[in-house]
Design a protein around this ligand. Structure first.
Ligand code: NOJ
Ligand code: CA
Length: 680
């Protein structure tokens, strides 16, 4: 699509304007930019040399003047004595294509403001601020020009989001705590938010929905948010072992700080703000990555039916893996994950992965033979690298380990960083152990390195205990999924387990960031010692609701054999989408998705609810007009309830068209999945 570019250079406002006004009530606005549809407006102001940003929507303030700047290690802070020396706006309206994703086409429609500020005294340093304003959100970043040959060492980023959000409700997980991103989402008044990860989601008293996050987290520390007072939030950068937060050689840009703003929860989800702010694909043709479903030696480990460690209960044996390969081949699933295949699992690997060997299999696992057998059966092994947080140890083997996978046709890698937050082990060869955070600059660099090395060998990656997603799949489309929240494993052994509202919370918080390897489809509805808080139909709906281009079919083959009717949906459901719509939803309560498969005309619907049952009338207007479809409906039975009747389930078919409205009945803790097949 042709790109419209409209550039207009505004002369900077004359310097004398910046002298303090007599009554310093309102800071002086020096630059402003409106979104293309004049929905959102951002203004930059100077208050006695301090830069602030603020935002409004349709004339109502949503962000009050908010601080910008940095504390630096070896220099005076970058915050005061600024004057605006140059500003420039430009507009873009362009549609780009995703190699895989929730939508094939993504529209990037924004107006950009670039503002250059310079210190009026002493060091006379300059700092550029770039704002991109869309109708559904705002992104801004700092650009450090090259001004000296020494590194910029950032001790603190002063960015604030001073929300105008009295009596708002917030959904959040704590940041800086030991379990990384694996907390249950809390729903509290905004004034009870502490220090949180992003995305963090707010519903304002007016009904407006706001989510703060970041985009393009590259060679920088992940951003947490701390509530300073009232409804004012400040950026907190994830720590580094050296004591500073970020060290970079200028010129460089920070990640984008983002704010999605939408009338409804559905529109909040549908925004592509962070993807649009990321740099385009740097890898060229990545069609070697195939979105697909996978099975594997996994749930049995979490049930403790088998072990990662070698011995009588070892899960990753040749014979057991052959059974999964056969199961995958028989059902059309592409991948077979095997955890515990390599050496190093026999001791205490949680938080200590120094025994892991990523190129040598255990004696009872014939890696070469199994890769060949998989190939013969038309499936692919999925690789697994658990690091136990010993990341330098892993990096030393990375090249060889990926070469091995490349040679064997293993083209998707699940990795793992099981260690408490702040306990990643880094050795620089100085004999010392440095402890890093999962989302600090050092780990952000590590993930980039793995993604690039893997891409060079046509391998896709799916890290668990990862750094959060900031839309980098656009730049590196082999970064296909990740964990970064409480997944299905918590249904096996979580204390407490995931409550019914959990997956609904995920949709409007964690999933705003990007794909999650949640690993749904536990049709036994049984964890290690505890039942799942889910109905059967809900397990099917999760394939449509929780997006990932690789979806695990996570349960044991024997459990699928017991539920042939429900299993049919898992076989049939697509994993790559032409288009995605949120038909209905409220944060934390319920959500209904419709997605059309990529390269086809079959539609899928998935709806889930929290602990409350609901009846929703869903217009089928998304279907192609004048076409008839067979709706294969997988729903909760009339007496279903997650607590005491979760297996009550109905599969039925109906003929429908786009003019119909479907009554979607969701049991408490339930769900519904539908496949709409066009009639020939
Ligand atoms: C935690 C991951 O989330 C899980 O999927 C994996 O099985 C274990 N780590 C072991 O690597
Ligand atoms: Ca995990």
């Amino acid at each position: 699509m042709p790109m419209r570019r409209l550039c207009l250079l505004l002369l900077s406002l004359a310097a004398p304007l910046f002298s303090a006004p007599a009554i310093a009530a309102e800071p002086l606005v020096v630059a402003a930019v409106d979104s293309p549809g004049k929905v959102l407006r951002v203004e930059l102001s100077l208050d006695e040399g301090r830069i602030a940003w603020r935002a409004s929507r349709l004339g109502e303030p949503i962000v009050a003047p908010s601080r910008l700047g940095f504390l630096l290690r070896d220099a005076e802070k970058l915050e005061r004595n600024f004057v605006l020396v140059e500003q420039h706006t430009s507009a873009r309206d362009e549609t780009w294509q995703q190699p895989w994703g929730e939508n094939r086409l993504v529209r990037d429609h924004h107006v950009e403001l670039r503002a250059r500020f310079a210190e009026s005294m002493r060091a006379k340093r300059t700092l550029d601020l770039v704002f991109r304003v869309f109708d559904d959100g705002i992104g801004f970043r700092y650009e450090f020009p090259q001004e000296s040959a020494t590194d910029v060492v950032i001790d603190d980023e002063l960015t604030e989001f001073n929300l105008v959000a009295p009596a708002a409700t917030a959904w959040w997980i704590p940041a800086g705590e030991w379990n990384r991103y694996e907390y249950l989402y809390q729903r509290t008044p905004i004034e009870q938010v502490g220090q949180v990860h992003t995305p963090v989601t707010f519903r304002l008293a007016s009904g407006l929905h706001v989510a703060i996050h970041e985009a393009a987290l590259v060679d920088y520390a992940g951003m947490w948010l701390r509530r300073v007072e009232g409804t004012r939030f400040k950026a907190v950068l994830s720590p580094a072992s050296e004591g500073w937060k970020v060290r970079r050689r200028a010129p460089f840009t920070t990640p984008w700080r983002t704010l999605r703003v939408a009338d409804t929860a559905a529109a909040l989800y549908e925004s592509n703000l962070e993807l649009n702010l990321n740099a385009p694909n740097q890898l060229g043709d990545t069609s070697w990555f195939k979105p697909a479903k996978y099975v594997g030696v996994w749930w049995e480990l979490h049930l403790e039916n088998s072990t990662w460690a070698t011995g009588p209960k070892h899960g990753a044996t040749t014979a057991n893996t052959r059974r999964y390969i056969d199961f995958a081949a028989e059902n059309g699933f592409r991948g077979v994950l095997v955890e515990g295949w390599n050496r190093g699992w026999d001791g205490q690997w949680f938080g200590d992965g120094n025994d892991f060997d990523f190129t040598r299999a255990t004696d009872d696992f014939d890696l070469e033979g199994l890769a060949a057998y998989a190939k013969q059966r038309g499936v692919h092994l999925v690789g697994h690298h658990e690091t136990g947080g010993a990341v330098s140890h892993y990096e030393r083997q990375l090249g060889d380990a990926l070469d091995l996978y490349r040679r064997l046709g293993i083209d998707v890698l699940k990795s793992g960083y099981v260690a408490d937050a702040g306990q990643i082990e880094r050795n620089d060869g100085d004999g010392l152990v440095h402890r890093e955070w999962h989302d600090g600059q050092w780990m952000v660099r590590h993930h980039e390195r793995v993604v690039r090395e893997a891409a060079a060998r046509h391998i896709a990656v799916n890290p668990h205990e990862p750094v959060k997603d900031t839309g980098l799949r656009r730049t590196w489309p082999n970064w296909v999924s990740r964990e970064g929240a409480r997944g299905m494993e918590y249904a096996a052994w979580g204390n407490p387990p995931n409550p019914p509202e959990h997956e609904v919370n995920l949709v409007f918080t964690r999933m705003l960031a990007g794909p999650m390897d949640f690993t749904p489809g536990i049709l036994s509805l049984m964890g290690r010692k505890q039942p799942l808080k889910s109905t059967l139909a809900r397990q099917l709906a999760l394939y449509v609701v929780l997006y990932s281009p690789i979806q695990m079919v996570a349960d044991l083959p024997a459990n699928y054999a017991r539920q042939p009717e429900a299993f049919r949906f898992i076989r049939d459901v697509a994993v790559d989408w032409e288009t995605t719509r949120v038909l209905a939803g409220e944060v934390g309560d319920y959500v209904v998705f419709a997605r059309r498969e990529r390269g086809g005309d079959t539609w899928f619907l998935g709806g889930i609810t929290d602990e409350n049952g609901r009846v929703l009338d869903v217009p089928l207007a998304f279907l192609e007009p004048k076409r008839r479809y067979v709706a294969e409906i997988y729903r909760d039975g009339d007496d279903a309830h997650w607590r005491d009747n979760p297996f009550d389930f109905v599969r039925e078919t109906r003929e429908v068209g786009s003019a119909d409205t479907l009554r979607v009945r969701l049991a408490a803790g339930g769900g519904q999945a539908i496949r709409f097949v066009p009639k020939r």
